[in-house]
Design a protein. Sequence first.
Length: 310
Amino acid sequence: MPGLGDLGLEGMPYRRCPTLASLIPYDDKDVAMGSLAGKTIIMSGGSRGIGLAIALRAARDGANVAIMAKTAEPHPKLPGTIYTAAEEIEAAGGQALAILGDVRDDEVVASAVAQTVERFGGIDIVVNNASALNLAPSESISMKAYDLMQDINARGSFSLSKSAIGALKEADNPHILTLSPPITLEPKWFDQATTAYTISKFSMSLVAIGLAHELREYGIASNSLWPRTTIDTAAIRNILGAELVARCRSAEIMADAAYEILIKPSREVTGNSFIDDEVLTEAGVTDFSKYRQCAEEDLELDFWMERAAR
């Protein structure tokens, strides 16, 4: 079974979407790079899994992290709430703001942005992490399930990004990072990721690409990030079992890759569909063994991914 990189329930040859960075006429501006200390992140989801890993990596630098999610009470099989996540963020060295809310509710999203600005004085980074997944085939999937994926994945990513644009314009190094795959039109991938789910995830990627172009004059970067392999999350453990978990990479690989993207100058890195291990390879990482439990060749690939050329 293919990997499910965003199965946190909040959550080919590899083909990169065309970068817009070389097309964007930015003015020179000095921005302090290399750390997220003092930066403010607002994230959809984030009570567990990949989102929480990204938040904790930023917190170790001393970042402020606002997480907006629906999980106020622990799930019997999915540990973690927005409140336990906030505690972990602060224990890691950051400042946290836990916001109970649904990314499908426009008023809640606008309020979350306003609360974040009021608490921390601005917003530097938006992470579109929340995602829903349903792999039912087109004949049997309900339109309610279809709409849920579209509303959380595509619409939710657009809504949070849109609501934060005003604050991002005031930031020194503003970034939007969306957890979605590179777009490919090769039909073979629809044998793994069903049509409805693929539409929702590719729509997230279109949000990332479109915003990169639309916000170029403000120096706001917009990129997407996707794991090459399945990522070990609580949902993977509960739904797909121990055998697959042993063939996953840890969420820390996505956290480290996201970090490398977010510390780069926003005026130089935008419009890209990044893959986690490629980002880290470019950053100088050569040993990926700390992210896995099995041999490299046994790793379970995520949707829309083939093995990297070595």
